[in-house]
Design a binder for this molecule. Structure first.
Ligand SMILES: CC1=C(CCC(=O)O)c2cc3nc(cc4[nH]c(cc5[nH]c(cc1n2)c(C)c5CCC(=O)O)c(CCC(=O)O)c4C)C(CCC(=O)O)=C3C
Ligand SMILES: [Fe+2]
Length: 381
């Protein structure tokens, strides 16, 4: 018997990315459908992918994470539960993976998303994808129940590899170097709607930055800031600032002797990291003659997969009615397992169904309920 009971499968759910030049535009169209992203921005981002031969690094990062997660779950005695991989924007697509899981007999699936923080992009949008998949599958007569592990910006395996990498990076820089924690910029409206009470995106990032800074193996913790990359959307729409490029100019002017750029917002070295930081920001630092080191993401670290495996075990125990410990090493305490109705609201389309929340009901069930309700008076006649 598996220790992951009541779950029959674990799903690693990610963003997806193209792996050949002719996949770049169709991928970008999937990502930006209905988002109001300007055409020029799309062409510009396509260039980033083509610069790397049309192949995003994200899938290989996820293949490694998948292998590590399988290993860590097996080491914890849950090796007989299948661990699957699916994506929002590119193959293998979530719906196809869940269909196969159902065909193989799975009825309850626990999801781990490759995003550590709460926001519409990093949490609810994945829940909407799951809802879409469950609705499609229900029309095929396949009924599945899907849960999602809590956000993990506060876990040892996410924080410690980053701290270790910064400590090492600082060794190669002169005294007076600074740390620039970087995450994906999002529209102010998305920031204001993140978490159940708003502003959870920046709050949880700041909590993670503080926790990482406290773990550095240095005598004096350098000055640090949280800054942003990968802004898109029309220029008229406010997004979180400052951008990493502007920030580098600013700290150079303020006398910084070097910088460790830390992609704290990201789980792996995907395109935002290898292009926006390693290519674009590095070039700005070079022009500024500002010594530049890029710290690692946690995604390939064994400890990271170990923490995710612990969250999987924790959630399975909770679903069995046990009372597992809920460790949290950053911020005010463990993030919720089940999202409240108002969590990370979709500001464009607030009524769009999202799975893994208190208010999730498969629309087909709702239809069945309504029909049952409508039939009742007839039956009692
Ligand atoms: C918060 C956040 C994360 C971190 C959390 C998480 O990891 O989920 C993230 C990750 C990622 N974002 C990625 C790629 C893209 N994001 C885009 C667009 C957008 N991202 C947004 C936010 C985020 N994005 C937003 C608010 C938009 C505007 C459109 C919208 O409102 O949704 C676009 C469209 C072009 C552009 O405008 O840049 C692309 C191509 C990839 C894959 C990289 C690869 O292929 O290696 C990854 C991991
Ligand atoms: Fe993105």
């Amino acid at each position: 018997m598996s220790s992951l009971k009541p779950y029959d499968a674990v799903l690693l759910l990610s963003f997806g990315g193209p792996e050949a030049p002719d996949e770049v535009m169709p991928f970008l169209e999937n990502v930006t459908r209905g988002k109001g992203i300007p055409r020029e921005r799309l062409a510009e981002v396509a260039e980033h992918y083509l610069h790397f031969g049309g192949r995003s690094p994200i899938n290989d990062e996820n293949r490694q994470l998948l292998a590590n997660l399988r290993e860590q779950l097996a080491a914890a005695g849950a090796g007989d539960t299948p661990v699957l991989w699916g994506n929002r924007n590119w193959a293998p697509f979530t719906t196809d993976v869940l269909r196969e899981a159902h065909e193989a007999g799975a009825r309850r699936v626990l999801t781990v998303v490759t995003s550590a923080y709460p926001s519409y992009s990093g949490c609810r949008q994945y829940r909407e994808d799951l809802a879409d998949a469950l609705i499609t599958l229900s029309h095929e007569g396949r009924s599945l129940r899907v849960d999602k592990v809590r956000q993990y910006f506060d876990q040892d395996g996410f924080l410690q590899p980053v701290a270790d990498s910064i400590t090492e990076g600082l060794r190669s820089l002169p005294a007076g170097a600074r740390i620039a924690f970087v995450t994906h910029s999002i529209p102010d409206t998305m920031e204001n709607a993140s978490g159940p009470e708003g502003n959870a995106y920046t709050q949880t990032h700041l909590a993670a930055c503080e926790a990482v800074a406290a773990r550095l193996g240095v005598e004096t913790v350098p000055e640090w800031d949280l800054v942003y990359c990968s802004r898109s959307g029309p220029p008229s729409q406010p997004w979180l600032e400052p951008d990493i490029g502007d920030h580098l100019k600013q700290i150079k002017q303020a006398g910084a002797t070097g910088v460790v750029v830390v992609p704290i917002g990201f789980v792996s070295d995907h395109m935002e990291v290898v292009f926006d930081l390693d290519t674009e920001a590095e070039e700005i630092a070079r022009e500024l003659e500002l010594p530049f080191v890029r710290a690692a993401t946690s995604g390939r670290a064994v400890e990271f997969a170990g923490s995710l495996a612990q969250l999987v075990l924790e959630r399975a125990a909770a679903e069995r009615g046990e009372n597992p410990e809920r460790p949290s090493k950053a911020g005010p305490g463990a993030w919720h397992d089940v999202c409240p109705a108002n969590c990370c609201t979709n500001t464009r389309n607030p009524d769009r169904p999202a799975a893994c929340g208190v208010d999730w009901v498969l629309p087909i069930d709702r239809t069945a309920e309504a029909q049952a309700g409508a039939r009742q008076p007839e039956a009692s006649r």
